[in-house]
Design a protein around this ligand. Structure first.
Ligand code: AMP
Length: 209
């Protein structure tokens, strides 16, 4: 699933993976868990994430290649946040040589709406649920588990702007990389969560029919 930060990739990817019975592989979540656990990877990734930049292709390709080799990903998987560069996309094609088709869903949302969503987005550290704003104000308590919500360190305003610049430079070119494939679909991600979920479902079914 492709799209700029704040387009709803995580929320939609979690829903779709659950409904299709495949693992949801979020490279951002893998990195945040490593930061939390203070592993070697986590220490390397922390400063990069907090500056809004990308972790190196080499590290990310290694992480995804290991993860796709696990048993639960044998019959399919949903990638959220990978690939993020054309180099990563080429590496993914190499990993999937015998495992096509790769369905690519691009979620598009305009910049003002992205900045608005990211500045009020909060995440539950206990269960990972992501919550948007309530009447323009950030939510405080997680609806799913009742624990407190926090702002992601890279959702602060200066970092958000940098992440959007990095997205335009490094990740948006992936649309050109994939758009001529018969399994590429672009979806308007600015609608409400349910409508976008229904569009994605139909797009995946259409792309794999
Ligand atoms: P996300 O949760 O997908 O927004 O990712 C959070 C941050 O993790 C990004 O801003 C990057 O710093 C890093 N990251 C996640 N996935 C990748 C990737 N495929 N390549 C490089 N950096 C990544």
């Amino acid at each position: 699933m492709l799209g700029p930060p704040g387009a709803g990739k995580g929320t939609q990817a979690r829903r779709l993976a659950e409904s299709r019975g495949v693992p949801h592989i979020s490279t951002g979540e893998i990195l945040r868990e490593a930061v939390q656990a203070n592993t070697d990877l986590g220490r390397k990734a922390k400063t990069v994430i907090e500056s809004g930049q990308l972790v190196s292709d080499e590290i990310m390709i290694g992480i995804v290649s290991d993860r796709l080799g696990k048993n639960d990903a044998r019959d399919g998987f949903l990638l959220d946040g990978f690939p993020r560069t054309v180099f990563q996309a080429n590496a993914l094609d190499g990993m999937l040589k015998d495992r096509q088709p790769l369905v690519v869903i691009d979620l598009s949302v305009d910049d003002d709406e992205l900045v608005n969503r990211l500045s009020t987005r909060r995440i539950c550290e206990s269960c990972g649920t992501v919550t948007g704003s309530l009447n323009g104000q950030p939510a405080v308590i997680c609806d799913e588990c009742g624990d407190g919500l926090k702002q992601r360190s890279d959702d602060r305003e200066g970092v958000v702007r940098e992440r959007l610049v990095v997205y335009r430079q490094s990740t948006e070119p992936l649309i050109g990389f994939y758009q001529n494939r018969p399994t590429f679909r672009s979806i308007d991600g600015s609608q409400d969560e349910e409508s976008v979920a229904a569009l994605i479902c139909a797009a995946v079914d259409g792309a794999t029919a």
